[in-house]
Design a protein around this ligand. Structure first.
Ligand SMILES: *Cc1c(COP(=O)(O)O)cnc(C)c1O
Length: 398
């Protein structure tokens, strides 16, 4: 917001890849007086969300809901399944992959880190090779990000599972879906994932504040012998209390009202339609980027993310300055850049409660901001996105 203005008219264009904009329906659902979290009304709400959320993870096993940001659910996935000194195979997909690895180190776990150039998803072949080398079976878990939010690269989770099985390795599979769940197709049970980590503020369209662990039977069995210290994030007490529709400590009551609404909304639209919408909007974004003559950070189409696109600016242009210019002039926020390419790219989030109109507005503002900031580019990117979406609409109408 400009410093000489105290109000900006209309809605801010929040195009960061999470927290994503909250639909009015969810805001209203949360606008409730606080209720007794040990009383019967809460019990009903808890049952509704604990059951409902399984349909989004696509699991018939329990899903644990923590009152924490996604980082807490990362920690929970590690401390409930592993013991001090255990090795965990991780992939350097980008900033979030690196942060999860640093967390593992802090907790006394030994990460085996597969390096990459931050422009790709996890490589199942490299994972299989590392597991085959691990004759002593020191590696107790493989941890990957379904969607690396810092780069916009997706990892093939089902193929990672197959790689673990092909190596004949007993490692657990832990997957971060914080910026993909409820936006990109994901199947906890079918893909044989042991712990799926989720968050509230991205695909679920909720405020930050709750996070998830979906757990397999194998993960639950591992939790019985895991020796890392755990208290707040321990699964055991939580699962025991959840059986009677309650939580061991105060849950994020009003976010749970929102979650119940979000689950209903996702099913009203249909999960398949939600995924198709994200795919379409991501493709429209990429067409705009290519028309502008700019480069997409994610190298290979098979890794393209449907929730976020990271875009390099031409050499000599500062992406942080570009973001500031766009915010100042057009009230639009983008995601920042990290790691080896800090200052060189910006990220457009296109996830959650977003439609064609929102995306085209965001792309038009971006095209205008490129001009204002003096970033060399070709005009017409927004038009290319419009043409694609209109063409696609025609196909679906006929
Ligand atoms: C946002 C995000 C996180 C961190 O979640 P917080 O809610 O900020 O703690 C972790 N992993 C991925 C992939 C994310 O997108």
């Amino acid at each position: 917001m400009a410093s000489n203005r105290s109000r900006t008219a209309g809605r801010h264009f929040l195009q960061i890849p999470g927290p994503s904009p909250i639909p009015d329906r969810i805001l209203r659902a949360m606008d409730m007086p606080i209720i007794d979290h040990r009383g019967p009304a809460f019990g009903k709400l808890a049952r509704r969300v604990l059951d409902g959320v399984k349909t989004i993870f696509k699991t018939t096993n329990p899903v644990i809901i923590f009152p924490s940001s996604g980082t807490g659910a990362w920690e929970a996935a590690l401390v409930n399944t592993l013991s001090p000194g255990d090795h965990v195979l991780m992939f350097e997909t980008g900033q979030f992959g690196t942060l999860w690895k640093k967390m593992a180190e802090k907790l006394g776990i030994v990460p085996v880190f597969i390096a990459s150039d931050w422009r790709t998803g996890a490589d199942p072949k490299a994972i299989e090779a590392k597991l085959r080398e691990d004759k002593e079976k020191k590696i107790k878990a493989v941890a990957v990000l379904h969607n690396e939010t810092s780069t916009g690269c997706v990892s093939p989770v089902a193929e990672v599972r197959k790689a673990i099985d092909a190596a004949g390795h007993p490692a657990l599979l832990l997957v971060d879906t914080i910026s993909s769940l409820a936006s990109i197709d994901y199947r906890h049970d079918e893909w044989g994932v042991d712990v799926t980590v989720g968050g509230s503020q991205k695909g679920f369209m909720l405020p930050p504040g709750i996070s998830f662990n979906a757990v397999s039977d194998k993960a639950l069995a591992a939790s019985k012998t895991s020796k890392l210290p755990k208290s707040f994030f321990g699964w055991e007490e939580m699962l025991a209390m959840n059986k009677s529709n309650f939580f061991p400590y105060t849950p994020a009551t009003n976010v749970l009202f929102g979650l119940a609404e979000a689950i209903d909304m996702l099913h009203e639209e249909g999960l398949e339609n939600v995924f198709a919408r994200h795919d379409r909007l991501a493709e429209a974004t990429r067409r705009a980027v290519r028309t502008w003559g700019l480069e997409i950070l994610c190298k290979e189409p098979k890794h393209y993310s449907s929730t976020i696109t990271a875009i390099f600016l031409p050499e000599g242009n500062n992406a942080d300055q570009f973001r500031a210019t766009a915010l100042e002039n057009f009230d639009i926020s983008y995601g920042a850049s990290f790691g080896p390419y800090a200052g060189k790219y910006f990220r457009i989030g296109h996830l959650g409660d977003i439609n064609d109109g929102t995306l085209i507005g965001a792309l038009a503002l971006t095209e205008m901001a490129l001009g204002v900031a003096g970033v060399p580019h070709k005009k017409g990117g927004t038009q290319a996105a419009m043409d694609y979406l209109a063409e696609d609409a025609k196909k679906r109408t006929n």
